[in-house]
Design a protein around this ligand. Structure first.
Ligand code: PLP
Length: 487
C-alpha cells in the first residue's frame, strides 16, 4: 500500500482497522493552485473544477515517490499499473477505481493498450489504439468515465462545452457519446478542420452529442467558449463543464504509459534508465513524463520535440519563452504557441513560489515573453533537451522508417523521432511517443512516400457515414440560444 506522506517524508503507521477510515482521508492527495490563492481541494473537486478559481492550474500538493515499487510494477498489466499510480492521486474506493480503469480501456483495440516496439535505433510507444486513433483517447476515455461516476454519486448532470481544431474534440465526443448524465456541445471552425477529423466528430449521431460548426476561425470558437464560461449565471444554470487539456485528470492518467513502457524497455534491454522523445504542443503529454521522473522512474532525459511552432524548444534552449506567430504544418495538433500546461512546469521551476510565477505570467501577458535564468552550462533544466523537426525533415523521417524498417508513422510521431535521432548516441534506449495512427494523416504519408499506404478500417468506413452538425454564426448569443434549446 502507498505510505502516508507528511512534508515529503513517508511515515510508518500501524495498519489496524481503527486507523483505516482516518488514513484513507488523510492519505488522499489534496490539490493546490499554482497561483496560491485557492484553498486545497480533493481530487474529485479538482477534476470537476478544471481551472483553479484564482486563474492558476491545479497540481498535487505532493509528488509521491515510488522508486522502491518499480521491481514489483514491472510485472503488472497496463491496467494494474494504472491502478497503482492513480490510487496515489485520487480519493476513490479501490473497487470503484479498478472498475473505472477496466471500463476506460475496454474500448482500446490492442490488448496491451499502449504497446512498445523496437524500430531501428529507437523504441516506439504506440498511444493510438483508442476509439479515435490518437493519444488523447487515453486521457479522455478515463475522464468521461470519471465524470459520469461523480455525476451519478452527486445525482447531477453536466453539459460539456468545448472548442476544437480537431483531435481533442473528436476524442472528447467519443468519450461522452451515449452517456445518460452528460451532453457535449463541441464547436469547430466551419470548413477549417481536416475533412477526416470533421467526419470523426460529425458522424457521431448519439442524441447527447451536438456538433456546432462556427462560421469563423478556431480563435472565434475559443473566444465564444471563454465568454460563455465567464457568464457564471449561465454556466451554473446549465451546469457547464470543460474537458480541456489543463484538467489534472488528463495529466495524471498520462503518467502511466511512461511507467509501463519505461519498465518494459528497461527489462528487455537491461538498461538502468531510459529517455523519452515527446512531440509537444500544449505541454500536457511531456508534463506527465516530468511527473514520472519526479516520482522516481529513471528517466535520464526528456527530449522535447516541436514542429516549426517552436516556442517550447526555444525556451529549453535559451531560457526565453516568447510568443511567435502560429504557422500551419503537417502536424496540426502541435500548431500551438501558448502551451496551456507549461504553467505547471514553471511552478516547480521557480521553486513553488506562486508570487514569482504570477509576476512572470503578468509579464508574459503584457510583453509576450518571459525569461528564466540558465545554469553555468547554459542549461534551463538538466532533464530536458529540446529540438525542432521541420516539415521537410519530418517527411524524410516518415519515408526512411518506411523504407528501412517497414514502419509507418504519422507526422507528429515523426517530429519526435527526428529530434530523438540527434540524441541516440550512447546506447541508452530512447522511447519515442507515437501520438496518432498514420491513417489519420494519410496525405502526409502519401507526400512522404509517394504511395497511398495509410489506411484504417474505422476511418475508411467514415467515407459514407451519415453526419449531423449545426452551422452557427460566430456569435456567442446564438451559441447560448442553441444550448438553451438543447441542454
Ligand atoms: C495533442 C497532440 C499532440 C500534442 O500533445 P500535447 O499534450 O498538447 O503536448 C501531439 N500529437 C497528437 C497527434 C496530438 O493529438
Amino acid at each position: 500500500m502507498p505510505g502516508l506522506f507528511l512534508c515529503g517524508r513517508e511515515l510508518a503507521l500501524p495498519e489496524d482497522d481503527a486507523y483505516n477510515a482516518a488514513l484513507t482521508f488523510m492519505k488522499s492527495m489534496s490539490y493546490i493552485s499554482t497561483r496560491g490563492q485557492t484553498r486545497p481541494m480533493s481530487f474529485q473537486d479538482a477534476v470537476i473544477t478544471g481551472l483553479a478559481p484564482d486563474g492558476g492550474l491545479l497540481i498535487p500538493s505532493d509528488i509521491p515517490r515510488v522508486a522502491d515499487r518499480l521491481p514489483e510494477w514491472s510485472k503488472l498489466s497496463y491496467q494494474d499499473i494504472t491502478f497503482e499510480i492513480l490510487r496515489l492521486f485520487v480519493d476513490l474506493p479501490d473497487g470503484d477505481l479498478r472498475d473505472l480503469i477496466e471500463r476506460s480501456y475496454s474500448t482500446f483495440r490492442h490488448p496491451e493498450i499502449a504497446p512498445a516496439w523496437k524500430v531501428g535505433p529507437v523504441h516506439i510507444l504506440e498511444l493510438f489504439h483508442g476509439p479515435t486513433l490518437a493519444f488523447k483517447d487515453i486521457a479522455l476515455q478515463f475522464l468521461s468515465n470519471f465524470f459520469e461516476y461523480i455525476l451519478e454519486h452527486r445525482g447531477t448532470h453536466l453539459n460539456i462545452l468545448g472548442a476544437t481544431s480537431g483531435d481533442t474534440g473528436s476524442a472528447a465526443i467519443h468519450g461522452v457519446r451515449g452517456r445518460d448524465r452528460m451532453s457535449i456541445f463541441m464547436m469547430h471552425p466551419h470548413g477549417r478542420v481536416a475533412p477526416l477529423q470533421e467526419k470523426q466528430m460529425t458522424s457521431v449521431l448519439d442524441p447527447n452529442v451536438f456538433n456546432l460548426a462556427i462560421e469563423g476561425t478556431f480563435d472565434d470558437c475559443q473566444r465564444i467558449m471563454k465568454t460563455i464560461f465567464s457568464d457564471l449565471q449561465f454556466k451554473e444554470r446549465f451546469a457547464l463543464g470543460a474537458v480541456n487539456s489543463v484538467n489534472w485528470a488528463r495529466v495524471v492518467v498520462q503518467i502511466v504509459y511512461y511507467f509501463s513502457s519505461g519498465l518494459y524497455v528497461m527489462n528487455t534491454t537491461g538498461s538502468k534508465a531510459v529517455r523519452f522523445a515527446v512531440p509537444t504542443g500544449n505541454f500536457g503529454d511531456i508534463l506527465a513524463g516530468y511527473y514520472a521522473a519526479r516520482m522516481g522512474l529513471p528517466i535520464s532525459r526528456l527530449i522535447l520535440a516541436t514542429n516549426e511552432n517552436d516556442i517550447l524548444a526555444r525556451f529549453f534552449n535559451t531560457g526565453d519563452y516568447s510568443l511567435g506567430r502560429v504557422v500551419p504544418t503537417i502536424s496540426p495538433s502541435m500548431d500551438i504557441q501558448v502551451a496551456s500546461n507549461f504553467e505547471r512546469y514553471l511552478f516547480y521551476k521557480v521553486g513553488g513560489d506562486s508570487r514569482k510565477l504570477d509576476g512572470l505570467f503578468r509579464q508574459f501577458a503584457s510583453t509576450g515573453h518571459l525569461t528564466i535564468p540558465r545554469d553555468d552550462k547554459g542549461r534551463v533544466d538538466d532533464l530536458f533537451v529540446a529540438g525542432v523537426g521541420r516539415t521537410s525533415e519530418t517527411l524524410a523521417v516518415i519515408k526512411r522508417y518506411y523504407e528501412q524498417y517497414n514502419y509507418l508513422m504519422d507526422p507528429h510521431t515523426a517530429v519526435g523521432v527526428k529530434v530523438a535521432e540527434s540524441c541516440v548516441d550512447d546506447g541508452e534506449p530512447v522511447i519515442c511517443l507515437a501520438t496518432a495512427h498514420p491513417a489519420k494523416f494519410s496525405q502526409a504519408i502519401q507526400d512522404a512516400t509517394g504511395k497511398d499506404l495509410a489506411h484504417h478500417e474505422i476511418l475508411d468506413r467514415l467515407a459514407d457515414a451519415p453526419t449531423r452538425c449545426t452551422v452557427l454564426p460566430a456569435d456567442e448569443k446564438r451559441v447560448k440560444d442553441y444550448i438553451c434549446a438543447h441542454a
